[in-house]
Write a protein that binds this ligand. Structure first.
Ligand code: BES
Ligand code: ZN
Length: 455
């Protein structure tokens, strides 16, 4: 057994304390009032990377939040270069009252650490940082070349990272992109993710009269933008759960019979799923199972809708404005830019003459499918098996990590999605957590991966 295992075993408490420090910084990327915490978090990371021996670690400014970049290239050109990607930004915390402990005062309960960003993605990212530390401390060098690319805008759509990568392809040149920002199929089932959905996110605002009106004096005579918006949104899907935007399904890659069979082999229990979510029935596109719907079929959902009076009791008012935030999840081989064009074109045909409309596309990202027979995927499977002493399964993911497709198609670096989250980690929800067993096992997996990919 390699001596980095011993280092990991004997430094578990130190690793956890450092992770807690990292988690205490409220690096919420989508809310500008946290901008100074974003900077604090990026600075903390650079200092931490330097402390563990990565001297070439620095902040790179963008038009948005800063990127943290680091490289260790002393393994030489005959060894592979692994680019490790992660994000230090986190989602907002509301509704705050539903948290059992404060989102930025991490607490350990039942073998899990609770705080915003534990699983998504600070805890997962930290597995690699601690693996590098363990390797450097015990071998005084790394087995391969390593670059770290850590962004502060993933939860806000990675808007500036793509541009940075396009302009810095030499700096980022690598053989593999290693990413830990996904989850396992279930507890005790180490998982490699081989597919991510893409996304297209837009906001649509309808404006009617120039002020809120009395709904008695004007109702029935002036179009209500909230009604008009609901009517428009209801036209975006048909009764079979299919999206009605013309050409929307043109590039959708159908599932193969083989893949559908593989999905069916996974221990998915629809009864538990419904119970866990407190829903009476599942919903979705006719002809597809729940896993197929989430992993391999596109979707369209309102993420937020704002209009009129929402306070206590009744107020008879006809609102002057209504806004909806809508995301579409995309699947291979749909392209976010193409879908945005088709969506806008269709929306324009649905606008009634009674309201003014503004449509804003906030961000987009392409879907990803990773071939699973490659050497790097086999290495990841092997690393997980060794670290957790369990068999490894494959799954796709309904969520998005927009930059993954850029690694694949621009840097030509095959992505390895070796995540350590669990389905009940509550990412993006109150009481987000990360299993400590997976944290420590993740550190081992990362160290083994770097070791074995270099052989
Ligand atoms: N870590 C998630 C992606 C993910 C979600 C993996 C669920 C596994 C399960 C990532 O940080 C994320 O949330 N991405 C955003 C991207 C979006 C803002 C462009 C997402 O999917 O909503
Ligand atoms: Zn996330």
């Amino acid at each position: 057994m390699n001596n980095y295992f011993e280092y990991i075993e004997s430094n578990k408490n130190k690793f956890l304390e450092e992770l807690i420090e990292f988690l205490k910084i409220p690096s919420i990327s989508s809310d500008t009032s946290y901008n100074s915490d974003i900077i604090k978090c990026a600075d903390w990371l650079v200092e931490h990377l330097q402390k563990i021996g990565l001297k070439n670690s620095k902040i790179i400014q963008t038009k948005g939040h800063p990127i943290v970049f680091s490289e260790w290239l002393e393994a030489g050109s005959d060894k592979p270069t692994v680019l490790i990607y992660g994000h230090y930004d986190v989602q907002p915390v509301d509704p705050l009252e539903l948290w059992e402990s404060h989102p930025f005062q991490p607490e350990i309960r039942n073998g899990k650490i609770f705080a915003r960003g534990t699983a998504d993605d600070k805890g997962q990212l930290f597995t690699h940082i601690k693996a590098i530390e363990s390797y450097l401390r015990t071998n005084s060098q790394l087995p391969c070349n390593v670059k770290l690319l850590i962004e502060g805008e993933e939860e806000a759509g990675s808007s500036h990272l793509e541009e940075f990568i396009l302009e810095n392809q030499d700096l980022l040149k690598c053989d593999i992109a290693l990413i830990s920002d996904t989850e396992w199929f279930a507890e005790g089932m180490p998982t490699i993710c081989y597919g991510l959905r893409g996304i297209s996110f837009f906001e649509i605002t309808m404006t009617g009269p120039n002020r809120d009106l009395h709904s008695g004096s004007f109702g029935g005579a002036v179009d209500n933008p909230a009604n008009a918006l609901c009517k428009l949104i209801s036209k975006l899907k048909d009764e079979y759960g299919r999206i009605t935007i013309p050409g929307f399904y043109d590039d959708v890659l159908e599932l193969t019979g083989q893949e559908r069979m593989e999905f069916k082999k996974l221990p998915f229990n629809i009864k538990h799923y419904k119970q866990d979510l407190g829903i009476k029935e599942v919903y979705g596109e006719l002809g597809y199972s729940t896993l197929e719907r989430v992993w391999a079929r596109p979707s369209l959902d309102i993420n937020g809708i704002i209009s009129g009076y929402t306070g206590e009791g009744a107020k008879t008012v006809l609102p002057s404005k209504a806004t909806a935030k809508i995301s579409m999840r995309l699947v291979p081989n749909q392209k976010a830019s193409d879908i945005a064009k088709k969506t806008e074109k269709y929306l324009r045909t649905l606008i009634p003459p009674t309201v003014k409309v503004e449509i804003k596309f906030l961000h987009g990202g392409n879907p990803v499918l990773v071939p699973i027979n490659s050497r790097e995927i086999k290495t990841a499977v092997n690393a997980l098996q060794k670290a957790f002493n369990k068999d490894v399964v494959f799954m796709r993911e309904g969520g998005s990590i927009p930059i993954t497709e850029i690694f694949q198609n621009v840097l030509k670096a095959p992505p390895v999605l070796m995540g350590f989250g669990l389905p009940d980690d509550n990412v993006h929800s109150p009481n987000e957590s990360f299993s400590l067993e997976n944290f420590y096992g993740g550190i081992k997996s990362s160290a083994i991966f770097l070791d074995e990919i270099s052989k």
